[in-house]
Design a protein around this ligand. Structure first.
Ligand code: NIG
Ligand code: FE
Length: 414
């Protein structure tokens, strides 16, 4: 017997239905069901509509009815499409040094930067890495984030990258949120590798990639395209091999200098993330492609630099997702809703554009067709905020927290 449950009424139910994947969005396009309800069947959404209508349907289905505080706004579970929440140590010292005027390069040269986190992560036991991921993912879940992408990239050898991806898989089994793993073995050139960057990546693609496939540890491959990390030339065989093996590709692109988004388009990447340095050329390139442009306002806040030109990207016709980039170096805050709201303020984004960026457009950045909207057949991932006006959610810039979080039809917060 399938188990049906009716949940509601929600004063306003934002389903995000009917909105396009690309381009600018106005708030009048938002589909809002007044006094809405959701019928779930096991882990999925069975029907969505007015609570009154659904009550009759629920009766016919012998559904359980969960009546909630009717002064709430419901929306899909939030999706964070870019994080690095598997790591050891802290980079509080880097943060202080940056704020005291040192550059990223100076800090990296004096023992800080990504390599410091690689050293700390390698020193961490697997159990400690798992514990750290669970702690951060559960904090995200409390804030309404039901799907979280998590990258490796602080291992930088076959064994250490595997250790991270296995830790992510282990944590995933222990928590309610879904973790979507990504291999970022091309985060920087490991300082202890005896050989060229190409030789390092060749070892990764010939040895690690087949294990990732066989053990089903990820279907996503990422690289940091930047001066001092990887270039279009050094990354070529790594991405070619990844494509050949059927992995999805995603790119850290145009963070400090341009070039990455062209590589993303060239390899048909699913997303190009960062884009703080993108100019009109890159904006047009992305807008004319199917690559999702993922803004990472948390990195702009952590580094004190400009935001991704989200307004220009949307106006040019691109699809913009918004993610936290939660990591110990550039984005230590890890509050997706707050960062998305603030990006909206600085970039002049409508409520609909911001909410799309952390729901269905973020799902598209992860290639997930089963979530991001409240629609029949999709996963029953949805959240409820204690307000009667959806505009309060972004207006309160992350300080209004969801009162209830449903993951795959189960109440996991509230
Ligand atoms: O997405 N840009 C490169 N990688 C990370 C930063 C990682 C770190 O500093 O530890 C990012 O911002
Ligand atoms: Fe990142």
């Amino acid at each position: 017997m399938k188990k049906f449950t009716l949940i509601g009424p929600f004063k306003q139910l934002l389903t995000m239905s009917g909105l396009p994947i690309k381009g600018a969005l106005q708030d009048h396009q938002l589909s809002i069901i007044e006094n809405g309800g959701i019928i779930t069947k096991d882990e999925k959404i069975y029907s969505v509509g007015s609570f009154l209508d659904l009550e009759k349907e629920a009766h016919d289905l012998s559904a359980e009815i969960i009546k909630i505080d009717s002064d709430m706004v419901g929306l899909p579970g939030l999706i964070d499409a870019h994080t690095h929440i598997c790591f050891g140590g802290s980079r509080a010292n880097d943060y202080s040094l940056r704020n005291a005027g040192k550059t990223y390069l100076e800090i990296a040269k004096s023992g800080g930067g990504i390599w410091d986190t690689v050293t700390q992560t390698r020193k961490s036991s697997s159990a400690n890495l798992v514990k750290g991921i669970i702690k951060r993912a559960n904090r995200h879940l409390q804030q309404g984030v039901t799907t979280i992408e998590v990258k490796s990239g602080y291992g930088l050898s076959v064994e250490e990258e595997l250790k991270m991806l296995i830790a992510i898989a282990t944590a995933n089994k222990a928590i309610d949120a879904d973790l979507i793993p990504t291999c970022l073995a091309a985060h920087m050139v490991p300082k202890d590798f005896k050989g060229t960057p190409e030789e390092y990546l060749s070892e990764i693609s010939t040895t690690l990639f087949p294990i990732l496939k066989k053990e089903n540890l990820t279907h996503r491959i990422d690289a940091f395209l930047e001066e001092g990390a990887y270039s279009e030339a050094t990354i070529a065989t790594y991405f070619e091999k990844a494509k050949e093996m059927g992995f999805d590709i995603t790119v850290h692109a145009d963070q400090f200098s341009t070039g990455g988004s062209a590589v993303a388009v060239k390899y048909g990447a699913i997303s190009a993330d960062h884009l703080e340095a993108s100019t009109e050329t890159e904006i047009q390139l992305l807008a004319n492609s199917n690559v999702i442009a993922t803004a990472l306002p948390g990195a702009s806040m952590g580094l004190g630099c400009n935001y991704t030109p989200a307004r220009q990207l949307l106006d040019a016709g691109a699809s913009v997702a918004i993610a936290s980039d939660w990591n110990p170096g550039s984005a230590p805050m890890g509050n997706l809703l707050m960062q998305a709201a603030v990006l909206g303020t600085f970039e002049k984004l409508t409520n609909t554009e911001v909410l799309s960026g952390i729901t269905y457009r973020a799902a598209a950045a992860l290639g997930l067709k089963d979530r991001g909207k409240i629609e029949t057949g999709l996963l029953a991932d949805f959240i409820a905020f204690p307000t009667t006006n959806y505009k309060e959610i972004l207006y309160q810039q992350g300080m209004l927290q969801p009162k209830m979080v449903f993951k795959k039809g189960t109440l996991v917060v509230g």
